[in-house]
Design a protein around this ligand. Structure first.
Ligand SMILES: [Zn+2]
Ligand SMILES: [Zn+2]
Ligand SMILES: [Zn+2]
Ligand SMILES: [Zn+2]
Ligand SMILES: [Zn+2]
Length: 366
């Protein structure tokens, strides 16, 4: 066989394979003279690139309380830290670090975790009005005689006293505590218009609801612990992304894809870092991959997994109804004949003509 065992097949390898294929139908076919066949390459490339880029940063950190950071990995120089292998495809990985010797547990400015209550300013109580408007008269008409002032209003001549109860009924009004007139004042406030505040029982002070009368609350800056932890935190963020490169851009016919997927002798390679592209790669494939192999900003890891298959499309002028695809198979070069576009067009034209005749016949008969 003419195919070289290591490198990709040449034009001659493909043409000889086609000549052998055509000779099977009887008679020796030769395709080595100029113009006897037309060959073009449509080699297939299927390549997946996984790239990991990262950023590194350092920030002074502060946390409330005595924070245990022993579980975090430490570093001396953020640039020198070596994280493990990058994460899976399409993931983002965050690695939190602590700079060696930077962790301090400081006593908080509050000393013991307690801090004067901001609501009552440390007093433990809040001022409250010792009285409230009378719930019965709402302070509007506490006494019919004096209106809560203590000085009775002059009575109109012959007029009835306001609030005088009907005979036999419970008197609705009582003696006014201010003007001393009987049956004139509101029963609840006795003409004062206000009653003792139920909140403060008339003392004028209520317990502060925030500190519960203690005057202090847990200090927010240290979460009540009296301690603040400070350290220098390092952060490494890694992002992995996948790229796909396929050639040719215009994919081969479906039957060719099916057959090559099943029996093509695909060449495979997996490259990491600065590994060179395989030497047997088609020049157009190498050209297509080149821009993808330039390292991106912050790139720390790259894997290139590719498979490729030489594929030639051959037409023979003396056989215009067929087009041939040739590719290396498991046992030498395989040839797949497909109907040419000319043949397909003719079949379609014949089918259309048959349809027209059928329609005409149908119309004659109906
Ligand atoms: Zn504190
Ligand atoms: Zn308080
Ligand atoms: Zn009160
Ligand atoms: Zn009164
Ligand atoms: Zn009242």
């Amino acid at each position: 066989m003419a195919e070289s065992p290591s490198g990709p097949p040449s034009d001659d390898d493909m043409l000889q394979a086609l000549a052998r294929h055509l000779s099977r139908d009887g008679g020796a076919v030769r395709l080595d003279s100029p113009g006897s066949a037309d060959l073009s390459w449509h080699s297939i490339l299927d390549c997946r690139i996984r790239r990991t880029t990262e950023t590194r940063s350092e920030t002074p950190r502060t946390e409330k309380g005595r924070k245990d950071l022993t579980a975090l990995p430490t570093y001396t120089h953020i640039a020198g830290y070596r994280p493990g292998p990058p994460g899976d495809h399409g993931t983002t990985r965050r690695i939190e670090l602590v700079r060696e010797g930077s962790v301090h547990h400081r006593t908080c400015e509050c000393g013991n975790g307690e801090w004067a209550c901001g609501r009552c300013e440390g007093r433990g109580s809040l001022p409250c009005d010792p009285t409230t408007a009378c719930p019965d008269c709402r302070g509007l008409e506490p006494c019919a005689e004096c209106g809560g002032t203590g000085t009775p209003r002059p009575r109109p001549k012959g007029g009835d006293r306001a609030g005088k109860p009907a005979s036999g009924a419970v008197p609705r009004r009582v003696r006014c505590a201010k003007c001393r007139r009987p049956e004139a004042a509101c029963r609840t406030c006795a003409g004062r218009g206000r009653t003792e505040c139920s909140q403060c029982k008339g003392t004028g002070l209520v317990d502060c609801p925030k500190c519960g009368a203690g005057g202090t609350v847990a200090h927010d800056a240290c979460a009540g612990s009296g301690v603040v932890t400070t350290w220098m935190g390092g952060l490494i963020e890694q992002r992995s992304r996948g790229e796909v490169v396929r050639r040719p851009r215009r994919r081969p016919p479906f039957r060719v894809r099916l057959r090559t997927a099943r029996s093509g002798h695909w060449r495979k390679a997996e490259l990491t870092g600065d590994d060179a592209l395989p030497g047997d790669l088609d020049a157009t494939h190498a050209e297509a991959l080149e821009p993808h192999l330039a390292p991106r900003a912050g790139e720390v890891h790259r894997t290139v997994v590719l498979r490729h298959l030489p594929l030639a499309r051959i037409t023979v002028p003396t056989d215009p109804d067929r087009v041939f695809y040739a590719f290396p198979g498991s046992a030498g070069i395989e040839v797949l004949p497909l109907p040419s576009r000319r043949r397909v067009a003719r079949v379609v034209a014949i089918a259309a003509a048959v349809l027209v005749v059928a329609v005409l016949l149908l119309r004659l008969l109906v």
